[in-house]
Design a protein. Structure first.
Length: 333
């Protein structure tokens, strides 16, 4: 959900940015409609999506037809046509399903065309190398103050080694997979996948040294720090060494739900290596998504773009993950 939110916000703010440009009086040339291409390519994933839209002034529309040609290390791999996809909100979007599996170190080029070849755009990105492994994950059920109330949470302490010899950029994601088993049938359904909000207020790296507590907001302390809602960070504080992330997520014990079912939840700890451009993009999106961003006192947000001949952003990542069982709940009756 976080990835999709960033993508949708990009469309919104790109449209607004285009509109602002048209309002500048000394710009003599009217801005032409452009092809918008967005993608976040994940290494070794069975399917990646490339989203295509047309931006015309303040209006963003789906392409009527479009396709993207995929090149890996200079070799043509596939042509993926844009498909209309229905969403869970009675809405629809269009994207190209890319079946080529990318490997760390691959140089990937996307060449997009739309509206019977009227619009063209391309982007190149190199798939980053992943860390060797997540060394250890320690968990603890606890309570912390969120807003005005104490809430059940699970603490994660995630230890890993930095990739040595180069500047590294990372993103932390935690994915929860819930499975439900009907004892009478012996049938298991799932997983139901969610991405819980990561609470990083006690981690010096994720907060960039700006540690905080729930009391800061409760007592009206002025906070000029943009929240790291995308959980991106660099290795500047632990270069060539090891580090242990200290974060929380809300914990749901399902005591009042699915009483007749056997419920199990796995937490998938995902540590992504991302590109420098990805890091800059996510930092910009932090400003747009954070409740603490104040355009009066803070610098304007500049959204990085790396699409040539159009607008948009193409990112890339590789990852290592560890799966931990955080809930095993038998039927309550």
């Amino acid at each position: 959900m976080r990835k999709n939110l960033s993508y949708l916000l990009f469309i919104l703010y790109t449209s607004l940015f285009s509109a602002c440009e048209n309002e500048i009086p000394f710009q003599s040339k009217i801005q032409e409609p452009q092809l918008l291409m967005n993608a976040f390519l994940e290494a070794e994933k069975e399917e990646n999506q490339v989203y295509l839209h047309i931006i015309d002034g303040e209006t963003t529309t789906l392409v009527s037809d479009g396709a993207v040609t995929i090149y890996v290390n200079g070799e043509k791999k596939e042509v993926a046509e844009a498909e209309l996809i229905s969403t869970s909100y009675n809405d629809s979007t269009k994207y190209c399903r890319v079946k080529t599996q990318f490997l760390p170190g691959d140089l990937v080029r996307l060449e997009a065309a739309a509206e019977n070849g009227q619009y063209h755009a391309w982007a190149e990105v190199k798939i980053p190398q992943p860390i060797e492994k997540i060394i250890q994950v320690d968990t603890l059920l606890t309570k912390i103050k969120i807003g005005y109330y104490m809430d059940n949470c699970i603490r994660y302490r995630i230890t890993f080694n930095d990739r040595s010899g180069e500047k590294n950029y990372y993103q932390l994601r935690i994915q929860e997979n819930t499975y439900r088993t009907y004892p009478e049938e012996g049938t298991t359904y799932g997983p139901e996948i969610i991405y819980p909000d990561i609470i990083s207020q006690e981690d010096i790296v994720l907060t960039d040294g700006h540690l905080s507590t729930a009391d800061d907001e409760e007592f009206g302390i002025l906070d000029m720090t943009v929240q790291n809602v995308n959980n991106v960070f660099t290795d500047s504080r632990f270069e060539n060494g090891s580090y242990t992330l200290n974060v929380y997520t809300r914990y749901y014990d399902h005591k009042n739900m699915d009483e007749k079912l056997f419920v199990e939840t796995d937490a998938v700890i995902r540590l992504l290596c991302i590109t420098q451009t990805d890091y800059r993009y996510m930092r910009a999106m932090n400003c747009l998504e954070s409740g603490n961003y104040n355009e009066t006192f803070m610098e304007p947000v500049i959204i990085p773009q790396n699409v040539v001949g159009g607008l948009g952003f193409v990112g890339a990542s590789s990852e290592k993950q560890m799966t931990i069982r955080i809930l095993t709940r038998p039927p309550l009756w």
